[in-house]
Design a binder for this molecule. Structure first.
Ligand SMILES: [Zn+2]
Length: 407
């Protein structure tokens, strides 16, 4: 049986549209809503955009800023705050499940239908955070795609690595969707990536925190490219890539060509990079955002994500990809259209998901928002949104505004 749905009274790319959706895919853009008998949602002239995607979250850390106060505001302060709160037992499973549920709900209300989240695995926590996240993600089945990444504590090779390698195996056995870690912090970056590959099978992609530093000499992204050249059967994502923003343009071009050749996706993370990077500089403060414009021009798959949301690593954050998009316009000089793509279909491509949106033949994951253009949607980022998953309404936020002045 065909599942038919209509989204009517909408705008898309400058024209009025009434969409017919069959089995979750847009099959017509200009139908007469009265001519088809099926559930219909009138979006009141709102603009339709592709659903948003969050390619890099930390659900186990989200919304912990007040549980783990960062005394100094910098990276060291964040790590100290996190470890102290963990040692004090503040991250018990019920509280973490509630925060993860809350965060996923906040993202859904923002128009997000696909999320990739890293979770601390290994060290003292084993796969505890992952188990909590897997259980909560189950509650969102059919509403959001939730991809969970086991972010393995270092080291993954050499002395002290054994419990982390055990946790990596446990995470795979528990059904984690991807594996990852921070090779730039490892004593042997290539060995660490190889260790991840040897435990994850070829169907399980690898998403790494790469070179989260402004030190231009730290380029473990080159190690990743050399491994990816040998392993075309493994899908890689490189998150952060901060040091790429600090190297010479010729060098950057070479790296970009390597990433494009190997199909490695790059995720820029403006919120956390702006919050944590460049704190030692008082003049010409660097931004630390991966140079996605250059990477895109070299054919690299690029995306932007929110990373930390109201936790010790970033005290603010709205759980709204339109915040990341606006920052990519202001701080990374992307056009509004390109910035929007970074947090919608660009992010989906990095996540291995098909294109979505209000266009013919696309998956009907759509967000309706009061705006006249994509630029205005990114600029105003109205909280008023209607969110559709495969053509079905799955979330709605309304905003009431008034003034004492008559217009
Ligand atoms: Zn991260």
């Amino acid at each position: 049986m065909v599942d038919r749905r209509i989204i009517s009274n909408a705008w898309s790319e400058g024209e009025r549209v009434d969409l017919l959706i069959e089995n979750g895919v847009v099959v017509a853009e200009h139908i007469d809503p009265a001519s088809v008998e099926c559930p219909a949602v009138d979006v009141g002239g709102r603009l339709l955009l592709p659903a948003l995607a969050e390619p890099h979250a930390h659900l186990d850390k989200a919304l912990t800023a007040d549980l783990a106060p960062n005394a100094t505001g910098d990276l060291r302060g964040a790590i100290d705050a996190w470890m102290a709160a963990e040692a004090a037992g503040r991250f018990e499973p019920v509280g973490m499940a509630n925060r993860i549920r809350d965060e996923l709900r906040r993202l859904l209300l923002s128009g997000v239908t696909s999320v990739r989240s890293h979770l601390n695995v290994g060290g003292g926590v084993g796969i505890e955070h992952l188990r909590v996240a897997l259980a909560v993600a189950e509650e969102f089945t059919g509403v959001m795609d939730v991809q969970l990444v086991a972010m393995i504590t270092m080291p993954l090779t050499g002395p002290g690595s054994e419990p982390n390698v055990v946790a990596l195996r446990d995470a795979v056995d528990a059904g984690v969707h991807l594996v990852g870690g921070c090779p730039h912090l490892e004593p042997d970056p290539v060995g660490a990536i190889d260790a991840l590959i040897s435990v994850a099978d070829a169907d399980r992609p690898i998403d790494l925190h790469v070179d989260e530093t402004l030190d231009p000499s730290m380029l473990t992204v080159l190690d990743l490219i050399s491994v990816a050249r040998q392993r075309s059967d493994v899908r890689f994502t490189a998150s952060h890539c901060v040091s790429l923003s600090a190297i010479e343009s010729d060098r950057l071009s070479e790296v970009a060509d390597g990433l494009a050749e190997c199909g490695v996706g790059v995720v820029a993370l403006p919120q956390t990079n702006l919050f944590l990077q460049g704190r030692d500089d008082v003049q010409r403060i660097p931004r630390g955002i991966a140079p996605v414009g250059v990477l895109r021009r070299h054919g690299v798959l690029v995306a932007a994500g929110g990373d930390n949301v109201q936790d010790p690593f970033n005290l603010v954050g709205r759980s709204d990809p339109l915040e990341a998009a606006a920052l990519m316009v202001m701080a990374a000089h992307e056009s509004p259209d390109d910035a929007l793509n970074l947090v919608s279909n660009g992010a989906r491509a990095v996540m291995g998901l098909p294109e979505c949106g209000p266009r013919l033949g696309s998956v009907a994951d759509i967000v309706a928002i009061p705006a006249r253009s994509a630029r205005e949607a990114v600029a105003d980022a109205s909280a008023d949104r209607i969110v559709f998953r495969a053509g079905q309404e799955v979330a709605r936020s309304s905003v009431v505004r008034s003034t004492v002045v008559d217009f």
